[in-house]
Design a protein around this ligand. Structure first.
Ligand code: SF4
Length: 336
């Protein structure tokens, strides 16, 4: 799977590190001082991830838990995200990771206890009565590699002891093997990002098909795991209402919409840098067929009336299919 694995000297001996190394295949291992000494130092084209991928194992340094941007999650509660990996095995054409790091190589951090200590501090600082949310996988997919990385039980143990806080595992994968081994918790929500099958085939390269993700959702829900839904990013197509109706019809066969913890809706959007990368990496993508504008916040997206028209249509559709309106929120749509 990997051409080369770079491992920080300090963590090479750890059982956790050895556990990861035993589960992957690679051609060469190199001991290094720090991930940041090598990762992204020489610019590597994003699409090189198709043919040649390296893996870095190390400790996450710096700010381990960060405040999430506004409108990141359900309204009224503080939201934070933490980072235990960089980059992703999938290749969504709109992915914000293009141009974010200088390299598509995967980085896995193993110092989960330190991350949890920071999470605990944020919980202690949170006002009584509000629920702090912690989102995993801001720079990666939260579940795609969990059978290799093995961190889920550590986070479940922690959140079992901190029932006033919530953890969101956000994913486009169907890799629920490890989750199924763990007893569900009310405050750990697995949220799936879904798009109509046609859009998955066109834009979400290498991700599992819709059918497989729906099956995974059904199985997890059946075992009692709380499930969230992201219909995000929505990419406009003339038949988008019909495509999403079909998607919601299929979803209802797996989970009644009123049983979902929340539904988040968002329209495709990019930073200026990412948009430039998308044009470079996927010049013929139908994703680029629509007119985009650059807003005062620097984001590139559809014009505001179009965004709100799409989001309101989708919201109405979800309600029509049984969703509780109070559980639907619009992601990243508060700015002009
Ligand atoms: S699943 Fe998420 S992180 Fe992975 S390529 Fe797609 S958008 Fe990027």
């Amino acid at each position: 799977m990997f051409k080369k694995v770079f491992v920080e000297k300090d963590i090479l001996h750890l059982k956790r590190t050895q556990g990861i190394l035993n589960k992957i295949s690679y051609k060469k291992l190199e001991e290094i001082e720090k991930v940041e000494d090598i990762f992204g130092r020489v610019k590597k084209p994003y699409l090189q991830k198709r043919t040649e991928l390296n893996l870095f194992l190390g400790k996450k340094k710096g700010e381990l838990v960060k405040e999430a941007p506004e409108a990141y999650g359900t309204k009224g509660d503080p939201h934070f995200y933490f980072v235990h990996a960089y980059n992703c095995i999938y290749e969504c054409q709109y992915c914000y990771l293009q141009g974010y790091f200088h390299s598509p190589d995967l980085v896995i951090f193993v110092n989960h206890e330190e991350i949890l200590k920071e999470i605990e501090k944020k919980i202690d600082e949170t006002d009584c009565g509000s629920t702090p949310w912690f989102h995993a996988g801001e720079y990666s997919d939260s579940l795609a590699l969990t059978n290799i990385t093995g961190e889920l039980p550590i986070y479940f143990d922690f959140f079992k002891d901190h029932p006033t806080a919530k953890l969101e595992l956000r994913t486009k994968s169907a890799n629920i093997r490890e989750l199924l081994k763990i007893a569900p918790l009310k405050n750990v929500i697995t949220s799936f990002s879904l798009s109509p099958e046609k859009a998955i085939k066109s834009y979400d390269l290498k991700t599992p098909p819709l059918k497989t993700r729906l099956k995974a959702m059904k199985e997890l829900f059946g075992k009692g795991h709380p499930i969230g839904l992201h219909l995000d990013p929505v990419i406009f197509e003339v038949d988008f209402e019909a495509s999403y109706s079909l998607l919601l019809t299929d979803l209802c066969k797996s989970i009644p919409l009123e049983k979902l913890e929340y539904i988040s809706l968002g329209v495709v959007r990019f930073s200026k840098t990412v948009f430039h990368q998308v044009k470079k990496n996927y010049p013929n993508s139908p994703l680029l067929a629509e007119d985009f504008i650059k807003g005062s916040d620097g984001k590139v997206r559809y014009k505001r009336p179009m965004r709100y028209w799409i989001l309101n249509k989708l919201k109405d559709l979800c309600i029509q299919y049984g969703a509780n309106p109070e559980n639907i929120y619009l992601c990243m749509e508060d700015e002009d």
